[in-house]
Design a protein around this ligand. Structure first.
Ligand code: FAD
Length: 289
C-alpha cells in the first residue's frame, strides 16, 4: 500500500516546524522516525494532507545529564538512547527496556519522542515513563508547558498533545536512592510488540521493608497502566516470596487488558502474575538499603 498524497515540509528549526503546524492545523502531522506514522498512512488509517518532517531540526535531538535526571530530546533515536552512557548510568531501567522495542533497524530510525507521542499501549516507553514519573515538555507557538507522564497519556493512541503542538523533550528523573528495578516482557518473538510487559521499581529500608513500589504495564489497558492498589500492598511489608505473590496476583486483577488475536484477557492476566513476580524479585535483589 502507498500513502495518500501529502505535501512535505522539512524545516530546519523548531520555530519553523511550529509555525507550519499552526498554519495547517488538523491537516498536518509531525513526521519523526516514520516507523508508526508511515504504516498508519499506508493503511489509510489517517490522511493528513501535510507532513512536517522533524528530521532536520537539530534542537530536538540529544541526551544530556541534568540536575536530578536525564533529558532526552524528542527526535533522539531509540537506538541512541539504548546505547547512551548517560542512560546506562542514570536510567538503567530505561536501557534494559529499550532492547525490547522492535528490532535494531527500527530503533535506528524510531525516536523516543515518536514512540511516546504515538502512545501505543503495546509500546514499552509509555509504561516506562509512568514508572519514572517522566516530565514531558511541549511547545505550541512560543508557549511551553510541562506535563507529568500521568497527565500526558489520555487513552488509546491519545495524548494531551494538541494538533499544532510538539513534544520537545522528556526528563527522566533518577529513581530514588538505592531503588531496585527490573523490566520483564513476553512477546511471541523477540522484537514483536509485547503480549504483556511490566516495569517494577522498589525501595526498601535496612530491615528489608518496602517503603516505595511502582508497577507500570505494557499491553495491559487502553494506555500505559500503573497498578497503585498492588503498589500499596507492597509498602510496609518485607519483600518475601509470599508478599510478591500476593501483589502480583492483585496487579493481575487491577490491569484492564484487552483480548485480541495474540492473547486473551485471561492469558494476559496470567502473564501479569508471572512477570510481576519475576520483576519484583529481581528489583528486590537489586535494591540496596
Ligand atoms: P513516527 O512514526 O514518525 O510518528 C508517530 C506519531 O507521533 C505520529 O502521529 C507523529 O505525528 C507523532 N510525533 C512524532 N514525533 C512527535 C513530536 N516530537 N511531537 C509531537 N508528535 C510527534 N514500538 C514499541 O514500542 N515496541 C515494539 O515492540 C515495536 N515494534 C515495532 C515493530 C515494527 C515492525 C514497526 C514498524 C514498529 C514497531 N514499533 C514498536 C514502533 C516504533 O517504536 C516506532 O518508532 C515508534 O512507535 C514511533 O516513533 P517514530 O519516531 O517512528 O514516530
Amino acid at each position: 500500500m502507498k500513502p495518500p498524497p501529502f505535501a512535505w515540509y522539512a524545516p530546519d528549526t523548531l520555530e519553523e516546524a511550529l509555525s507550519l503546524l499552526a498554519e495547517h492545523g488538523d491537516e498536518a502531522k509531525a513526521l519523526a522516525g516514520g516507523q508508526s506514522l508511515i504504516p498508519v498512512l499506508n493503511f489509510r488509517l489517517a490522511r493528513p494532507s501535510v507532513l512536517v518532517d522533524l528530521n532536520r531540526v537539530a534542537a530536538l535531538s540529544g541526551i544530556a545529564e541534568i540536575d536530578g535526571g536525564v533529558r532526552i530530546g524528542a527526535m533522539t533515536r531509540q537506538r541512541e538512547a539504548e546505547r547512551s552512557p548517560w542512560v546506562a548510568k542514570r536510567a538503567p531501567l530505561l536501557a534494559e527496556a529499550l532492547v525490547h522495542v522492535a528490532h535494531p533497524q527500527i530503533r535506528n530510525r524510531g525516536t523516543v519522542g515518536g514512540s511516546l507521542a504515538h502512545a501505543d499501549p503495546a509500546a514499552e516507553l509509555p509504561a516506562l515513563a509512568l514508572a519514572f514519573g517522566t516530565r514531558f515538555r511541549l511547545r505550541r507557538g512560543s508557549t511551553e508547558r510541562v506535563l507529568e507522564a500521568k497527565d500526558f497519556f489520555r487513552g488509546l493512541l491519545t495524548t494531551a498533545l494538541e494538533p499544532d503542538e510538539l513534544l520537545v523533550d522528556t526528563e527522566w528523573p533518577h529513581l530514588p536512592n538505592g531503588a531496585g528495578w527490573a523490566f520483564e516482557e513476553i512477546a511471541r518473538r523477540h522484537g514483536d510488540y509485547a503480549l504483556l510487559g511490566v516495569a517494577a521499581v522498589v525501595v526498601r529500608d535496612s530491615g528489608g521493608v518496602c517503603t516505595e513500589a511502582r508497577l507500570a504495564y505494557v499491553s495491559a489497558g487502553p494506555g500505559p497502566v500503573r497498578t497503585t492498589g498492588a503498589e500499596a500492598m507492597l509498602v510496609g511489608r518485607v519483600l518475601d516470596a509470599d508478599t510478591i505473590r500476593e501483589a502480583a496476583a492483585a496487579a493481575a486483577e487491577e490491569i484492564k487488558p484487552g483480548s485480541d488475536v495474540h492473547a486473551s484477557v485471561e492469558y494476559r492476566r496470567q502473564l501479569a502474575r508471572v512477570l510481576t513476580a519475576r520483576a519484583l524479585t529481581r528489583a528486590g535483589q537489586r535494591a540496596s538499603s
